[in-house]
Design a protein around this ligand. Structure first.
Ligand code: SF4
Length: 367
């Protein structure tokens, strides 16, 4: 056997970028794009170890757990190419109207039993307007809130009026799920029945209402590394509090059914790069975890993930919650939160040069 020396050329530059993130500096797009393009396995493991340090510095050993309830399934008017619930595709996914109180309470009980912070009510429709459906949605949120078992999150599509966001806030919504899905450039490849700007408009109403933002996307849809990098910067720009990263699980009958899976190391590298861009945010690994990562699932935390979607997804299965909880215990990670108020996301300064934000030079002097 001949021994080959490992090329360590990139070791120091990766460490240099990692240290700057630990110091509170915002990296540039070019710097992170260089990380996205690392190919060598030894370099990717270096990257993961720095992403892990960044997670530990900004998030400690706490892991935020969320679960979801499919609150209105199938027959959606939108044509998102990855989605089993679009009425454009024949996928065999279930269809039903807005959920009754009992299944929601059952989900809250289950979440509470497993120490899950939040239960999200997710509806497969274009969006929500004022009217009887909004009243019913608000009833479900109030019931969940009054039960005191879990934080009631929602993901209810596009909002077209500030009043709807305000009413959701009044009913008790603290956090709203609304993914950007991908970069602005790639978004039209995933959906043509609404636009990226429609999604940004909704996020604007939510923020004005004082609702926290859970927004991320899906990787493995045919987008480039540049698209993934741009998505992460866009999520930073909108001030996403929780960033769910889904990995495409190609659904038979959808336009993306034959997409080849992303290699595991590419997925882990992407999570790590997101952590470099979003050091204080919850980076949550959501749909497609089990099927795409298989035995490498626990490595998402080494790659910088700080949150986990547990329980089944909207139309696909996940591994049992007990297995996830055991995985966290084995890694010395703690999923228990009394109340996750997102105060760990307050920034002392990010080096952007805007009013109130410290520059890189100031951060260096302050050390
Ligand atoms: S992702 Fe949402 S909006 Fe798009 S088709 Fe599926 S349920 Fe409808």
């Amino acid at each position: 056997m001949t021994l080959e020396l490992v090329d360590a050329t990139n070791h120091a530059p990766i460490a240099g970028l990692g240290r700057r993130v630990l110091d509170g500096v915002n990296l540039t797009r070019a710097e992170v794009l260089w990380l996205f393009h690392l190919e060598n396995t030894a370099d990717i493991f270096d990257l993961l170890s720095w992403a892990n340090r960044i997670r530990e510095q900004f998030k400690g050993n706490k892991i935020h757990l969320c679960s979801i309830v499919n609150a209105k399934a199938g027959a959606c008017s939108e044509n998102c190419s990855f989605c089993a619930q679009s009425s454009f595709y024949q996928t065999g996914s279930p269809r039903y109207g807005f959920v009754d109180p009992e299944p929601v309470q059952a989900a809250a009980e289950e979440a509470n039993k497993n120490g899950v912070t939040a239960v999200g009510l997710v509806a497969a429709w274009k969006g929500l307007n004022e009217g009887p459906m909004l009243d019913e949605v608000c009833d479900r949120i109030r019931e969940l809130k009054a039960g005191g078992k879990t934080r009631p999150d929602v993901s209810l599509g596009l909002l077209k009026h500030q009043r709807v966001a305000d009413r959701l806030k009044e009913a008790g919504v603290e956090c709203y799920g609304h993914n950007l899905e991908s970069s602005r450039r790639f978004f039209p490849e995933t959906c043509t029945t609404h636009t990226y700007d429609d999604r940004l408009e909704t996020i604007g109403y939510l923020k004005k209402a004082g609702i926290k933002i859970c927004s991320g996307g899906i990787i493995g849809m045919g987008e480039t590394r540049e698209d993934r990098c741009d998505l992460a910067f866009a999520l930073k720009e909108i001030g996403a509090n929780v960033v769910p990263l889904n990995i495409l699980n190609p659904i038979k009958g959808t336009p993306f059914e034959n997409h080849p899976p992303l290699p595991v190391m590419e997925i882990l590298k992407t999570i790590a790069c997101f952590r470099f861009i979003l050091p204080r945010q919850e980076i949550m690994i959501a749909g497609g975890r089990t099927v795409n990562l298989r035995d490498a699932q626990s490595m998402i935390f080494l790659a910088g993930a700080s949150a986990l979607m547990v329980g089944n997804y909207l139309t696909t299965l996940n591994q049992p919650v007990e297995k996830d909880l055991q995985m966290l215990k084995d890694l010395g990670l703690d999923p228990s939160w009394d109340h996750h108020g997102f105060s760990d996301q307050d920034e002392a300064g990010c080096g952007c040069g805007k009013a109130g934000c410290r520059t890189e030079a100031e951060l260096t002097t302050a050390k």
